[in-house]
Design a protein around this ligand. Structure first.
Ligand code: SAH
Length: 374
């Protein structure tokens, strides 16, 4: 496929993106697509053809949809848009990870990361442009709140990256993780709409939504008929320390969060992922591993330990423990019968690693003084 930015469609019509009044069809479910296309299509199966072309073949321009007649392609192009976000920048990392910067129609920028890994591929997708939650270890939070992404903008990240990959759809199984910028459970409606479409490409079992632990959002997710995998950013074994690094804990403390996790419906042999950042001399002691094990009890979880990625804006205390301390922490958990893995850093030479996603060109909010001292 081409690597021309989506904007070339607007160019072809002699309009600037801002003046584009065509209706967006990206992110619409099949039923909504039929409804939206209305009389432009002669028969409902045209919607299926368009769906196939976009989501299976990665075509993002009506002109490429040669299963449709020329007249139909032209009238579709006049009335509707497939608004894949424009690629503003692309940073390939030495380890194969590629970080993308996308510019949205209103000028907001978001990042997404493509992580190839031994025969499979994981795309790390953003749900918001910015983040309001101000976690003390996260660069996205440092740069402050932005806005919710639309379903089209969420789905568009995946299509834009796939378009870049050789041949449109790589042969390897695709995983999607909502671990880019933003808090997905603060944008639940758009998340749900985008998942209904993205599951045309990737099964629910290969999609993971990561949350800071917004309890009503978790309960809402639990009520969905089909659910993605759930990952929870826990990061501390007690409220006192979680309060220090995650302001959201004052609203939804650990007891409430764990109660919601207890009730979260899981399919057979599925577990909730608990993400636990390891920050040197803050939450990395052997006794912290024991406290974490006591806290989790017999919840069906697997624990992903993440040595914190440092960043100049986070201050000098946000540093990972030495490797032997990380290993010892994991070992303690395993001795308590938990599955514990250590997340390898990927793409950190291009600041694509966890917690390093930022939208350039904005003034930082900075953190409240005090939140960073312990
Ligand atoms: N808001 C959601 C989705 C973002 S996910 C959430 O917090 O879960 C991003 C993941 O990277 C989370 O587990 C987050 O805690 C983690 N993360 C944030 N900053 C990090 C850093 N500096 N180093 C390593 N991981 C970080």
């Amino acid at each position: 496929m081409t690597d021309a930015p989506a904007a070339h469609q607007e160019g072809a019509l002699g309009e600037s993106p801002r003046e584009d009044e065509r209706s967006e069809i990206l992110g619409l479910t099949r039923a909504k697509l039929v409804e939206t296309l209305g009389e432009t299509i002669d028969r409902p199966f045209r919607a299926d053809q368009i769906y196939e072309a976009i989501y299976r073949q990665g075509k993002t321009d009506f002109e490429e949809m040669t299963t449709l007649g020329k007249d139909l392609r032209e009238s579709l192009g006049r009335k509707f848009r497939i608004g894949v976000p424009a690629e503003a920048d692309r940073h390939p990392s030495a380890d194969g990870t590629v970080k993308y910067l996308f510019r949205l129609a209103d000028g907001a920028t978001i990042e997404a990361v493509d992580i190839p890994d031994r025969g499979r591929r994981t795309l790390c997708i953003s749900s918001q442009a910015g983040c309001a939650l101000a976690c003390a270890f996260c660069v996205t939070g440092y740069w402050g709140a932005g806005r919710n992404l639309t379903p089209a903008e969420i789905v568009g990240q995946v299509l834009a990256i796939r378009r870049r990959q050789e041949g449109g759809s790589g042969p390897e199984p695709l995983n999607l993780v909502f671990m880019g910028m933003g808090e997905p459970l603060q944008n639940l409606e758009a998340l749900h709409a985008s998942l209904r479409v993205l599951t045309e490409l990737v099964s629910w079992r290969r999609i993971t939504v990561s949350t800071v632990g917004i309890v009503p959002g978790i309960r809402k997710l639990a009520s969905w008929e089909k659910r993605p995998n759930l990952a929870v950013s826990l990061h501390a074994p007690d409220d006192a320390r979680r309060d220090l690094i995650m302001p959201v804990n004052r609203t939804y403390p650990l007891a409430d969060l764990l109660a919601a996790l207890e009730e979260y419906p899981l399919e057979r042999r599925r577990r909730i992922t608990i993400e636990y950042l390891l920050i040197r001399d803050f939450n990395d002691a052997p006794s912290d591993a024991e406290a974490l094990a006591r806290l989790l009890g017999d919840l069906p979880v697997k624990i992903n330990l993440i040595p914190v990625n440092p960043d100049p804006v986070l201050g000098e205390r946000m540093v990972p423990p030495p490797d032997d301390r990380v290993d010892a922490f994991a070992e303690r958990l395993r001795r308590r019968s938990y599955v514990a893995t250590v997340r390898r850093r990927r793409g950190d030479d291009v600041s694509a690693a966890c917690g390093q996603l930022r939208a350039p060109g904005r003034e930082p909010r900075g953190f409240r003084q005090g939140a960073l001292s312990w």
